[in-house]
Design a protein around this ligand. Sequence first.
Ligand code: ASP
Length: 347
Amino acid sequence: MLLPTPTPSILLIYTGGTIGMIENQETGTLENFDFDQVLSYVPELKRFNYHISSYQFDPPIDSSDMEPTLWAKLVRIINFNYDFYDGFVILHGTDTMSYTASALSFMLENLSKPVILTGSQLPIGTLRTDGKENLITSIEIAAAKNPDGTAIVPEVCIFFENLLMRGNRTTKINAENFNAFRSFNYPPLATAGVHIIYEPHLIRKPAPEKPLKPHYSLDTNVVVLSLFPGIQQNFISSILHIPGLKAVVLRTYGSGNAPQKEWFIKLIKDAIDRDIVIVNITQCQLGIVEMKRYETGMHLMGTGVISGYDSTPESAITKLMFLLGHELSPREIKVKMNSCLIGEITK
Ligand code: ASP
């Protein structure tokens, strides 16, 4: 006799973003509106036959106002509801979605259920909205199970347009097109067309016996420093002497190259000697840092700068916040930055 499969249950968390916005008739700007109204635009959800509950941020926010305290709030909501749902879908503005996805991937240790972030480029109430399909497919992915009852995608992901991507590999690349996100250095985990085609060999396998371990603490004494030809010594010096600064994501050229000027190398070395962790990532969207490839990279490596491999800026900065939040020593942080914690770098 076949046992009835239990009805999937999904928690929909609405943080804000274009998906739930409406045009202000007087000013023409997009403003947030109530989540129940958002859902009324998607009557198709009833056809799923899933238990879908929702939690709404009050007030909903444009994702440009996203903050680490709100990432901790999301972790709290997921942890509190973890045993009651098969998966979680987070509706989020696209502008900082990759930062949130990256942060959550580190903060939700031992995750064994799907956490799918999605949003849209056009509000859900508009005729050509991309929000409906993004939401419907995200819910389907969050509920998808293997024959043994485990989740097909037990990861923090972004689903957008037709691609399911590992969240900490994503970057927003387009403010106009519906295909707004890319995962340049890791292939998509699934592609949605007529069917949703999953790539099991690319999806992480959690240890099911380990309970979810939520982390809440992040340290934001970090900065991103992007190099450009002509950057001035006093600018770099000022940044590296910000009081309280603990870590820097240094965006270099090509395969991790930087100027060889004496003052530059000296400033970097001096910062590292003051226990500031400096992580080298490339300004190229595709590819990996290889400091040994060119002399310019070798000079940088000699200062004690560590490689960020093929990390996105979003992932590197949130990983640093996460590690600093655990009050690890600079040495321990360097070891962890050089380890792949949750699929965020290729090693
Ligand atoms: N400004 C909006 C946000 O990030 C853009 C969007 O949702 O696409 O909240």
